[in-house]
Design a protein around this ligand. Structure first.
Ligand SMILES: NC(=O)C1=CN([C@@H]2O[C@H](COP(=O)(O)OP(=O)(O)OC[C@H]3O[C@@H](n4cnc5c(N)ncnc54)[C@H](O)[C@@H]3O)[C@@H](O)[C@H]2O)C=CC1
Ligand SMILES: O=C(O)C1=N[C@H](C(=O)O)C[C@H](O)C1
Length: 269
């Protein structure tokens, strides 16, 4: 008898997908029911363990989300925005908990995800690690304690393959800083400075992105004033912190009422 909820991993060949497949296969509190990849992907039809270069684990990679989700209690999804929006509707139809780690979602994507959450549990966070979610709370607190003499800048660094900027985490931190200040992020957001930008506008929250090598994920929130500077920093050195958070969310979401949740709900912090 397989233990705990059955989980589908979407984007099974991805950086996060492969780590999730391994973690779920090794878990005693949940089990892998399907590994999903996009249509035409070379792994489709192969055993996912073999495709990853190891021993067979008895789960064949599929490109059919409807059949996969019908057998699952949770869908753990680190893919791409268009895929995630489609999966949200399908996971809701299957009444499976949808854990969304995908970043780069637009306002339109987020509205579609909110609609799906009327029918099922969705846990979404741009960063699933405990440490980063604590940093988010600290950011809100520090921003609330300081006035706009302290310029807020968020600097993030990621591996060379990352396709979205600012990172989902940087945006979460920006939202936390804006909430602390009592402002709306979209009204003070300053991203992508290049050329004759003019002087910094008081009260803006700035973003800068570094891309290179195999950097897992680093985030600094800088509060810079005349004469002093505070930096709050989180460094992820291993993707296992995101995997742990995502699986915790998949288990936490079982038997909850439909709705949209985040990692603060899951972690109870
Ligand atoms: N919230 C968090 O804690 C974290 C979020 N992420 C985010 O997760 C996402 C994925 O990151 P990585 O694993 O590094 O990317 P990746 O590019 O290594 O993997 C994405 C996978 O999704 C697959 N995919 C794309 N469309 C699909 C579809 N329609 N059906 C099935 N599979 C599909 C791709 O073939 C690929 O294997 C990114 O948006 C990233 O920013 C990454 C790490 C942590
Ligand atoms: O793409 C990544 O790798 C990561 N993406 C997330 C983000 O956009 O913040 C989380 C983490 O930093 C890794």
């Amino acid at each position: 008898m397989a233990a705990g909820p059955g989980i589908v991993v979407t984007g099974a060949s991805g950086r996060m997908g492969q780590m999730l497949v391994r973690a779920i296969h090794a878990s005693e509190v949940c089990h892998l029911v399907a590994a999903l990849e996009r249509e035409g992907h070379p792994w489709v039809g192969q055993d996912v363990g073999t495709a990853m270069g190891g021993a067979a684990i008895g789960v064949t990679v599929t490109d059919d989300p409807v059949a996969a989700f019908a057998r699952a209690q949770a869908v753990v999804d680190f893919t791409a925005p268009a895929a995630t929006v489609g999966f949200a509707a399908l996971a809701a139809q299957a009444r499976a908990v949808h854990v969304i780690g995908t970043t780069g979602l637009s306002e339109v994507d987020l509205a579609a995800i909110s609609r799906a959450a009327h029918h099922a549990v969705i846990v979404r966070a741009g960063n699933m690690s405990l440490g980063l979610n604590l940093l988010m709370q600290m950011t809100q607190r520090v921003a609330a304690a300081l006035d706009a003499d302290y310029d807020i800048e968020i600097v993030e660094a990621h591996h060379r393959h990352k396709v979205d900027a600012p990172s989902g985490t940087a945006l979460m931190l920006g939202e936390a800083a804006a909430a602390g200040r009592g402002v709306v992020l979209n009204e003070v957001r300053d991203a992508g400075r290049d050329g004759m930008t003019g002087a910094r506008r008081r009260g803006d929250i700035g973003f800068a992105a570094i891309r290179g090598g195999d950097i897992v994920g680093e985030h600094d929130v800088i509060f810079a004033a005349d004469g002093e500077r505070i930096t709050l920093r989180h460094v992820a050195t291993d993707r296992s912190v995101f995997v742990r958070g995502a699986l915790r969310a998949a288990l936490w979401g079982q038997d909850r009422d439909p709705g949209e949740y985040d990692m603060l709900d899951v972690l109870g912090i």
